[in-house]
Design a protein around this ligand. Structure first.
Ligand code: HEC
Ligand code: HEC
Length: 356
Protein backbone atom coordinates (compact mmCIF):
# COMPACT_ATOMS: atom_id res chain seq x y z
CA UNK A 1 0.00 0.00 0.00
CA UNK A 2 2.71 2.47 1.11
CA UNK A 3 4.76 1.57 -1.89
CA UNK A 4 1.93 2.26 -4.31
CA UNK A 5 1.49 5.69 -2.75
CA UNK A 6 5.20 6.30 -3.23
CA UNK A 7 5.04 5.13 -6.84
CA UNK A 8 2.08 7.38 -7.42
CA UNK A 9 3.99 10.33 -5.97
CA UNK A 10 7.00 9.61 -8.18
CA UNK A 11 4.73 9.32 -11.20
CA UNK A 12 3.15 12.67 -10.33
CA UNK A 13 6.55 14.32 -10.03
CA UNK A 14 7.57 12.88 -13.40
CA UNK A 15 4.41 14.22 -14.98
CA UNK A 16 4.57 17.60 -13.31
CA UNK A 17 8.26 18.46 -13.57
CA UNK A 18 8.44 18.72 -17.36
CA UNK A 19 5.26 20.74 -17.14
CA UNK A 20 6.83 23.29 -14.85
CA UNK A 21 10.26 23.52 -16.35
CA UNK A 22 9.58 22.04 -19.75
CA UNK A 23 8.84 23.73 -23.04
CA UNK A 24 11.37 26.56 -23.21
CA UNK A 25 12.65 25.54 -19.79
CA UNK A 26 13.53 29.09 -19.00
CA UNK A 27 11.61 29.83 -15.87
CA UNK A 28 14.52 29.34 -13.50
CA UNK A 29 12.59 29.13 -10.29
CA UNK A 30 14.01 25.85 -9.21
CA UNK A 31 14.49 26.59 -5.54
CA UNK A 32 12.27 25.86 -2.56
CA UNK A 33 9.57 23.54 -3.76
CA UNK A 34 7.86 25.63 -6.40
CA UNK A 35 4.58 23.95 -7.16
CA UNK A 36 2.63 24.40 -10.35
CA UNK A 37 -1.01 24.85 -9.45
CA UNK A 38 -2.58 25.74 -12.79
CA UNK A 39 -2.62 23.49 -15.84
CA UNK A 40 -0.46 25.91 -17.80
CA UNK A 41 2.79 27.48 -16.70
CA UNK A 42 2.93 31.23 -16.51
CA UNK A 43 5.02 32.86 -19.20
CA UNK A 44 4.88 35.06 -22.27
CA UNK A 45 1.62 35.64 -24.09
CA UNK A 46 1.18 33.69 -27.30
CA UNK A 47 0.25 35.70 -30.41
CA UNK A 48 -3.42 36.72 -30.33
CA UNK A 49 -5.83 34.37 -32.08
CA UNK A 50 -7.63 36.21 -34.85
CA UNK A 51 -11.15 34.94 -35.61
CA UNK A 52 -11.41 33.88 -39.28
CA UNK A 53 -14.51 36.01 -39.79
CA UNK A 54 -12.75 39.21 -38.67
CA UNK A 55 -9.27 39.26 -40.20
CA UNK A 56 -6.89 42.05 -39.19
CA UNK A 57 -6.04 44.73 -41.75
CA UNK A 58 -4.20 47.93 -40.99
CA UNK A 59 -7.10 50.03 -42.32
CA UNK A 60 -9.55 48.18 -40.07
CA UNK A 61 -7.30 48.55 -37.02
CA UNK A 62 -6.96 52.30 -37.60
CA UNK A 63 -10.72 52.64 -38.09
CA UNK A 64 -11.34 50.72 -34.86
CA UNK A 65 -8.94 52.99 -33.04
CA UNK A 66 -10.73 56.10 -34.33
CA UNK A 67 -14.09 54.73 -33.25
CA UNK A 68 -12.67 53.72 -29.85
CA UNK A 69 -11.62 57.29 -29.12
CA UNK A 70 -14.70 58.97 -30.65
CA UNK A 71 -17.20 60.47 -28.20
CA UNK A 72 -19.74 60.84 -31.03
CA UNK A 73 -20.71 57.22 -30.40
CA UNK A 74 -22.44 58.31 -27.19
CA UNK A 75 -25.83 59.93 -26.94
CA UNK A 76 -24.58 63.36 -25.87
CA UNK A 77 -21.11 63.38 -27.42
CA UNK A 78 -19.29 63.17 -24.12
CA UNK A 79 -18.27 59.53 -23.67
CA UNK A 80 -16.02 57.27 -25.70
CA UNK A 81 -14.72 53.79 -24.95
CA UNK A 82 -11.52 55.50 -23.79
CA UNK A 83 -13.41 57.46 -21.14
CA UNK A 84 -13.60 54.26 -19.11
CA UNK A 85 -10.75 52.34 -20.75
CA UNK A 86 -8.09 55.03 -20.85
CA UNK A 87 -4.61 54.01 -22.05
CA UNK A 88 -3.14 56.40 -19.48
CA UNK A 89 -4.94 54.58 -16.66
CA UNK A 90 -3.92 51.06 -17.55
CA UNK A 91 -6.80 50.95 -20.09
CA UNK A 92 -9.24 51.28 -17.21
CA UNK A 93 -10.44 54.40 -15.37
CA UNK A 94 -9.92 56.12 -12.05
CA UNK A 95 -12.73 54.10 -10.49
CA UNK A 96 -13.68 52.65 -8.13
CA UNK A 97 -16.59 52.10 -10.54
CA UNK A 98 -17.22 53.90 -13.82
CA UNK A 99 -18.94 57.19 -14.45
CA UNK A 100 -20.98 57.10 -17.65
CA UNK A 101 -23.33 59.46 -19.39
CA UNK A 102 -24.89 62.23 -17.22
CA UNK A 103 -22.39 61.31 -14.51
CA UNK A 104 -24.23 58.10 -13.70
CA UNK A 105 -22.20 55.59 -11.72
CA UNK A 106 -22.16 51.92 -12.70
CA UNK A 107 -21.87 49.14 -10.16
CA UNK A 108 -18.72 47.49 -11.43
CA UNK A 109 -15.11 48.40 -11.97
CA UNK A 110 -13.96 48.99 -15.54
CA UNK A 111 -11.78 46.01 -16.48
CA UNK A 112 -8.72 46.68 -18.63
CA UNK A 113 -8.98 46.57 -22.41
CA UNK A 114 -5.27 45.79 -22.63
CA UNK A 115 -4.92 42.04 -23.28
CA UNK A 116 -8.72 41.60 -23.24
CA UNK A 117 -8.16 39.76 -26.52
CA UNK A 118 -6.95 36.83 -24.43
CA UNK A 119 -10.06 36.59 -22.31
CA UNK A 120 -12.26 33.71 -23.39
CA UNK A 121 -15.39 35.46 -22.14
CA UNK A 122 -15.92 39.18 -21.73
CA UNK A 123 -17.29 41.13 -18.73
CA UNK A 124 -16.86 40.30 -15.06
CA UNK A 125 -19.66 37.75 -15.39
CA UNK A 126 -18.58 36.43 -18.81
CA UNK A 127 -21.88 37.31 -20.49
CA UNK A 128 -20.30 38.21 -23.87
CA UNK A 129 -18.50 35.46 -25.78
CA UNK A 130 -16.31 37.67 -27.97
CA UNK A 131 -14.82 41.16 -28.19
CA UNK A 132 -17.17 41.80 -31.11
CA UNK A 133 -20.25 40.99 -29.03
CA UNK A 134 -18.86 42.94 -26.08
CA UNK A 135 -18.30 46.12 -28.08
CA UNK A 136 -22.00 46.44 -28.95
CA UNK A 137 -23.00 46.58 -25.27
CA UNK A 138 -21.70 49.89 -23.92
CA UNK A 139 -23.09 51.96 -26.81
CA UNK A 140 -26.65 51.01 -25.81
CA UNK A 141 -26.02 50.75 -22.07
CA UNK A 142 -28.19 53.50 -20.51
CA UNK A 143 -25.58 54.37 -17.89
CA UNK A 144 -22.52 54.04 -20.12
CA UNK A 145 -22.90 55.70 -23.54
CA UNK A 146 -26.69 55.95 -23.38
CA UNK A 147 -27.22 55.71 -27.13
CA UNK A 148 -29.14 53.35 -29.41
CA UNK A 149 -27.42 51.46 -32.20
CA UNK A 150 -29.70 53.11 -34.77
CA UNK A 151 -28.89 56.63 -33.67
CA UNK A 152 -25.20 55.82 -33.46
CA UNK A 153 -25.27 54.44 -37.02
CA UNK A 154 -27.09 57.50 -38.29
CA UNK A 155 -24.44 59.70 -36.67
CA UNK A 156 -21.63 57.74 -38.32
CA UNK A 157 -23.45 57.74 -41.67
CA UNK A 158 -23.55 61.55 -41.49
CA UNK A 159 -19.75 61.72 -41.24
CA UNK A 160 -18.39 61.36 -44.80
CA UNK A 161 -14.93 60.39 -43.52
CA UNK A 162 -16.41 57.40 -41.69
CA UNK A 163 -18.67 56.40 -44.59
CA UNK A 164 -15.64 56.25 -46.83
CA UNK A 165 -13.44 54.46 -44.30
CA UNK A 166 -16.05 51.80 -43.51
CA UNK A 167 -16.69 51.25 -47.21
CA UNK A 168 -12.97 50.89 -47.79
CA UNK A 169 -12.59 48.33 -45.02
CA UNK A 170 -15.80 46.33 -45.39
CA UNK A 171 -16.77 46.99 -49.01
CA UNK A 172 -20.43 47.78 -48.29
CA UNK A 173 -22.72 50.65 -47.26
CA UNK A 174 -24.44 51.65 -45.04
CA UNK A 175 -22.38 51.16 -41.89
CA UNK A 176 -23.65 48.33 -39.65
CA UNK A 177 -23.32 47.65 -35.94
CA UNK A 178 -21.39 44.49 -36.71
CA UNK A 179 -18.85 46.50 -38.69
CA UNK A 180 -18.40 48.97 -35.84
CA UNK A 181 -17.91 46.08 -33.45
CA UNK A 182 -15.49 44.28 -35.77
CA UNK A 183 -13.36 47.38 -36.23
CA UNK A 184 -13.18 48.02 -32.48
CA UNK A 185 -12.31 44.37 -31.80
CA UNK A 186 -9.58 44.45 -34.46
CA UNK A 187 -8.04 47.46 -32.73
CA UNK A 188 -8.35 45.82 -29.31
CA UNK A 189 -6.47 42.77 -30.62
CA UNK A 190 -3.45 45.03 -31.14
CA UNK A 191 -3.48 46.23 -27.54
CA UNK A 192 -1.47 43.36 -26.15
CA UNK A 193 1.65 43.25 -24.02
CA UNK A 194 4.79 41.53 -25.15
CA UNK A 195 7.34 43.15 -22.97
CA UNK A 196 7.47 43.46 -19.20
CA UNK A 197 10.46 42.66 -16.96
CA UNK A 198 8.71 39.36 -16.24
CA UNK A 199 8.48 38.60 -19.99
CA UNK A 200 12.18 39.35 -20.40
CA UNK A 201 12.97 37.12 -17.44
CA UNK A 202 10.98 34.25 -18.95
CA UNK A 203 12.84 34.75 -22.24
CA UNK A 204 16.06 34.11 -20.38
CA UNK A 205 17.25 37.50 -19.09
CA UNK A 206 18.01 36.52 -15.50
CA UNK A 207 18.79 40.12 -14.56
CA UNK A 208 15.37 41.43 -15.59
CA UNK A 209 13.94 40.85 -12.11
CA UNK A 210 15.33 42.04 -8.79
CA UNK A 211 15.89 39.50 -6.03
CA UNK A 212 12.75 40.64 -4.29
CA UNK A 213 10.66 40.37 -7.48
CA UNK A 214 12.05 36.89 -8.01
CA UNK A 215 11.03 35.93 -4.52
CA UNK A 216 7.60 37.36 -5.33
CA UNK A 217 7.40 35.21 -8.46
CA UNK A 218 8.20 32.12 -6.41
CA UNK A 219 5.48 32.96 -3.93
CA UNK A 220 3.03 33.72 -6.75
CA UNK A 221 3.73 30.31 -8.18
CA UNK A 222 4.20 28.50 -4.87
CA UNK A 223 3.23 29.39 -1.33
CA UNK A 224 0.63 31.94 -2.44
CA UNK A 225 -0.84 29.45 -4.94
CA UNK A 226 -1.89 32.43 -7.06
CA UNK A 227 -1.30 30.34 -10.19
CA UNK A 228 -4.19 28.12 -9.15
CA UNK A 229 -6.32 30.77 -10.84
CA UNK A 230 -3.89 33.22 -12.45
CA UNK A 231 -2.10 30.97 -14.94
CA UNK A 232 -0.89 30.82 -18.54
CA UNK A 233 0.48 33.79 -20.45
CA UNK A 234 -2.67 35.76 -19.68
CA UNK A 235 -2.40 34.95 -15.99
CA UNK A 236 -6.05 34.05 -15.76
CA UNK A 237 -7.93 30.77 -15.88
CA UNK A 238 -10.88 32.51 -17.57
CA UNK A 239 -13.11 31.06 -14.87
CA UNK A 240 -15.26 32.57 -12.13
CA UNK A 241 -14.59 32.57 -8.41
CA UNK A 242 -16.03 34.10 -5.31
CA UNK A 243 -13.26 35.66 -3.22
CA UNK A 244 -15.74 36.93 -0.66
CA UNK A 245 -14.52 40.42 -1.39
CA UNK A 246 -18.02 41.82 -1.23
CA UNK A 247 -20.51 40.29 1.15
CA UNK A 248 -23.73 39.44 -0.68
CA UNK A 249 -26.05 41.93 0.95
CA UNK A 250 -29.80 41.69 0.72
CA UNK A 251 -31.07 44.58 -1.37
CA UNK A 252 -27.82 45.23 -3.18
CA UNK A 253 -26.67 41.93 -4.50
CA UNK A 254 -24.33 41.57 -7.43
CA UNK A 255 -24.81 37.92 -8.21
CA UNK A 256 -21.97 37.91 -10.73
CA UNK A 257 -21.69 34.79 -12.82
CA UNK A 258 -24.90 33.35 -11.38
CA UNK A 259 -26.98 35.84 -13.37
CA UNK A 260 -25.58 34.28 -16.55
CA UNK A 261 -25.59 30.58 -15.65
CA UNK A 262 -28.54 30.59 -13.16
CA UNK A 263 -26.40 28.20 -11.19
CA UNK A 264 -26.37 28.81 -7.43
CA UNK A 265 -22.75 27.71 -7.19
CA UNK A 266 -21.83 30.81 -9.22
CA UNK A 267 -23.31 33.24 -6.69
CA UNK A 268 -20.91 36.15 -6.21
CA UNK A 269 -18.35 34.63 -8.57
CA UNK A 270 -16.48 36.97 -10.93
CA UNK A 271 -14.02 36.41 -13.73
CA UNK A 272 -10.37 36.07 -12.80
CA UNK A 273 -8.67 39.20 -14.17
CA UNK A 274 -5.15 39.16 -15.49
CA UNK A 275 -2.54 40.55 -13.13
CA UNK A 276 -0.55 41.91 -16.07
CA UNK A 277 -0.28 45.71 -15.81
CA UNK A 278 -2.32 45.62 -12.61
CA UNK A 279 -0.10 48.27 -11.02
CA UNK A 280 -1.38 50.77 -13.61
CA UNK A 281 -5.04 50.37 -12.74
CA UNK A 282 -5.83 50.64 -9.05
CA UNK A 283 -8.30 50.19 -7.39
CA UNK A 284 -9.00 46.47 -7.66
CA UNK A 285 -11.63 43.76 -7.85
CA UNK A 286 -15.04 44.02 -9.49
CA UNK A 287 -16.15 46.90 -7.30
CA UNK A 288 -12.77 48.60 -7.00
CA UNK A 289 -13.00 47.99 -3.28
CA UNK A 290 -9.33 47.21 -2.64
CA UNK A 291 -7.25 50.35 -3.07
CA UNK A 292 -3.78 48.90 -3.58
CA UNK A 293 -2.11 45.68 -4.65
CA UNK A 294 -0.97 45.28 -1.08
CA UNK A 295 -4.60 45.41 0.07
CA UNK A 296 -5.42 42.65 -2.44
CA UNK A 297 -2.56 40.48 -1.18
CA UNK A 298 -3.67 41.01 2.42
CA UNK A 299 -7.18 39.90 1.45
CA UNK A 300 -5.74 36.67 0.04
CA UNK A 301 -3.49 36.25 3.06
CA UNK A 302 -6.58 36.33 5.30
CA UNK A 303 -8.18 33.65 3.11
CA UNK A 304 -10.57 36.09 1.45
CA UNK A 305 -13.63 37.69 2.95
CA UNK A 306 -14.66 34.88 5.19
CA UNK A 307 -18.24 36.02 5.79
CA UNK A 308 -19.30 34.79 2.35
CA UNK A 309 -21.21 31.54 2.29
CA UNK A 310 -20.16 30.73 -1.28
CA UNK A 311 -16.45 31.37 -0.82
CA UNK A 312 -14.23 29.56 -3.34
CA UNK A 313 -12.68 26.54 -1.60
CA UNK A 314 -9.26 27.65 -2.84
CA UNK A 315 -9.48 30.72 -0.61
CA UNK A 316 -7.52 29.67 2.46
CA UNK A 317 -5.28 31.72 4.77
CA UNK A 318 -1.78 31.75 3.32
CA UNK A 319 0.42 32.55 6.31
CA UNK A 320 2.63 34.91 4.31
CA UNK A 321 5.18 36.89 6.30
CA UNK A 322 5.44 40.67 5.96
CA UNK A 323 8.50 40.22 3.72
CA UNK A 324 6.67 37.71 1.54
CA UNK A 325 3.72 40.09 1.15
CA UNK A 326 6.08 42.87 0.06
CA UNK A 327 7.86 40.54 -2.39
CA UNK A 328 4.56 39.51 -3.97
CA UNK A 329 3.57 43.17 -4.32
CA UNK A 330 6.97 44.03 -5.83
CA UNK A 331 6.57 41.21 -8.35
CA UNK A 332 3.15 42.44 -9.42
CA UNK A 333 4.22 46.07 -9.53
CA UNK A 334 7.31 46.66 -11.69
CA UNK A 335 7.90 43.16 -12.97
CA UNK A 336 4.40 42.71 -14.41
CA UNK A 337 4.14 46.18 -15.96
CA UNK A 338 4.59 46.24 -19.70
CA UNK A 339 6.66 48.79 -21.52
CA UNK A 340 5.84 48.07 -25.14
CA UNK A 341 4.73 51.22 -26.97
CA UNK A 342 1.61 49.68 -28.58
CA UNK A 343 0.20 49.58 -25.09
CA UNK A 344 1.99 52.09 -22.92
CA UNK A 345 2.36 54.84 -25.51
CA UNK A 346 -1.09 54.93 -27.09
CA UNK A 347 -2.44 58.47 -27.01
CA UNK A 348 -6.09 59.35 -27.48
CA UNK A 349 -6.86 60.63 -30.97
CA UNK A 350 -7.75 64.33 -30.55
CA UNK A 351 -11.28 65.18 -31.84
CA UNK A 352 -9.80 67.37 -34.58
CA UNK A 353 -8.01 64.37 -36.07
CA UNK A 354 -11.06 62.09 -36.16
CA UNK A 355 -12.93 61.55 -39.44
CA UNK A 356 -15.08 64.52 -40.48
C1 HEC B 1 -19.05 54.33 -18.68
C2 HEC B 1 -17.87 53.50 -18.71
C3 HEC B 1 -17.63 52.58 -19.86
C4 HEC B 1 -17.67 52.86 -21.22
C5 HEC B 1 -18.04 54.16 -21.89
C6 HEC B 1 -17.24 51.65 -21.88
N1 HEC B 1 -16.95 50.69 -20.98
FE1 HEC B 1 -16.20 48.87 -21.37
N2 HEC B 1 -16.58 48.31 -19.48
C7 HEC B 1 -16.98 49.14 -18.47
C8 HEC B 1 -17.34 48.35 -17.31
C9 HEC B 1 -17.83 48.88 -15.98
C10 HEC B 1 -17.16 47.01 -17.68
C11 HEC B 1 -17.47 45.78 -16.84
C12 HEC B 1 -18.96 45.57 -16.86
C13 HEC B 1 -19.42 44.23 -16.40
O1 HEC B 1 -18.59 43.35 -16.21
O2 HEC B 1 -20.63 44.04 -16.26
C14 HEC B 1 -16.64 47.02 -19.05
C15 HEC B 1 -16.22 45.89 -19.77
C16 HEC B 1 -15.54 45.96 -20.96
C17 HEC B 1 -14.80 44.89 -21.58
C18 HEC B 1 -14.62 43.48 -21.01
C19 HEC B 1 -13.23 43.28 -20.47
C20 HEC B 1 -13.12 42.01 -19.69
O3 HEC B 1 -11.99 41.65 -19.33
O4 HEC B 1 -14.13 41.37 -19.40
C21 HEC B 1 -14.29 45.35 -22.76
C22 HEC B 1 -13.43 44.60 -23.76
C23 HEC B 1 -14.76 46.71 -22.90
N3 HEC B 1 -15.49 47.06 -21.79
C24 HEC B 1 -14.56 47.50 -24.01
C25 HEC B 1 -15.29 48.68 -24.23
C26 HEC B 1 -15.47 49.31 -25.53
C27 HEC B 1 -14.90 48.81 -26.83
C28 HEC B 1 -16.21 50.44 -25.32
C29 HEC B 1 -16.71 51.43 -26.35
C30 HEC B 1 -17.60 50.91 -27.36
C31 HEC B 1 -16.48 50.49 -23.89
N4 HEC B 1 -15.93 49.39 -23.28
C32 HEC B 1 -17.17 51.52 -23.26
C33 HEC B 1 -17.06 50.51 -18.54
C34 HEC B 1 -17.20 51.19 -19.73
C1 HEC C 1 -9.57 31.01 -6.41
C2 HEC C 1 -8.98 31.66 -7.56
C3 HEC C 1 -7.93 32.75 -7.27
C4 HEC C 1 -6.77 32.64 -6.56
C5 HEC C 1 -6.22 31.43 -5.81
C6 HEC C 1 -6.12 33.93 -6.65
N1 HEC C 1 -6.90 34.78 -7.40
FE1 HEC C 1 -6.52 36.74 -7.73
N2 HEC C 1 -8.38 36.98 -8.51
C7 HEC C 1 -9.30 35.96 -8.71
C8 HEC C 1 -10.59 36.52 -9.05
C9 HEC C 1 -11.85 35.74 -9.37
C10 HEC C 1 -10.44 37.92 -9.00
C11 HEC C 1 -11.55 38.96 -9.20
C12 HEC C 1 -12.51 38.83 -8.02
C13 HEC C 1 -13.53 39.94 -7.87
O1 HEC C 1 -13.37 41.00 -8.44
O2 HEC C 1 -14.51 39.72 -7.13
C14 HEC C 1 -9.03 38.17 -8.68
C15 HEC C 1 -8.44 39.42 -8.60
C16 HEC C 1 -7.08 39.64 -8.38
C17 HEC C 1 -6.43 40.92 -8.49
C18 HEC C 1 -7.09 42.23 -8.91
C19 HEC C 1 -6.94 42.46 -10.37
C20 HEC C 1 -7.84 43.56 -10.90
O3 HEC C 1 -7.62 43.96 -12.05
O4 HEC C 1 -8.77 43.99 -10.19
C21 HEC C 1 -5.11 40.72 -8.19
C22 HEC C 1 -4.02 41.78 -8.19
C23 HEC C 1 -4.95 39.33 -7.86
N3 HEC C 1 -6.17 38.71 -8.00
C24 HEC C 1 -3.77 38.75 -7.46
C25 HEC C 1 -3.71 37.48 -6.89
C26 HEC C 1 -2.60 37.00 -6.10
C27 HEC C 1 -1.35 37.78 -5.79
C28 HEC C 1 -2.93 35.75 -5.68
C29 HEC C 1 -2.16 34.83 -4.78
C30 HEC C 1 -1.87 35.35 -3.45
C31 HEC C 1 -4.24 35.43 -6.23
N4 HEC C 1 -4.68 36.53 -6.95
C32 HEC C 1 -4.93 34.24 -6.05
C33 HEC C 1 -9.05 34.61 -8.56
C34 HEC C 1 -8.01 34.09 -7.78
Amino acid sequence: MRRSVLLLLIAMVLVLVPHVFGQTGQLPITASGVVMHGPERIGNLEPVLIPPDNPQTSAKILLGKQVYFDTRLSKDNTISCATCHDPAKGWSDAGPTSKGINSQMGGRRSPPVVNAAYSQLQFWDGRAPTLEEQAKGPIQNPIEMGNTHDVMLRTLDDIPGYVEAFKNVFGTTPITVDQVAQAIAAFERTVVTTDSPFDRFVRGDGGALTRQERQGLEIFNGKGHCTACHWGGYLSDGRFHNLGAEPIEPGKPDNGRMDVTKNASDLGAFKTPTVRDAALRAPYLHTGKEKTLEDVVRLYNRGGGTEDTNLDPMMVPLGLSEGEIQALVAFMTRAMTSTNPEVAGVKPIPPAELPK
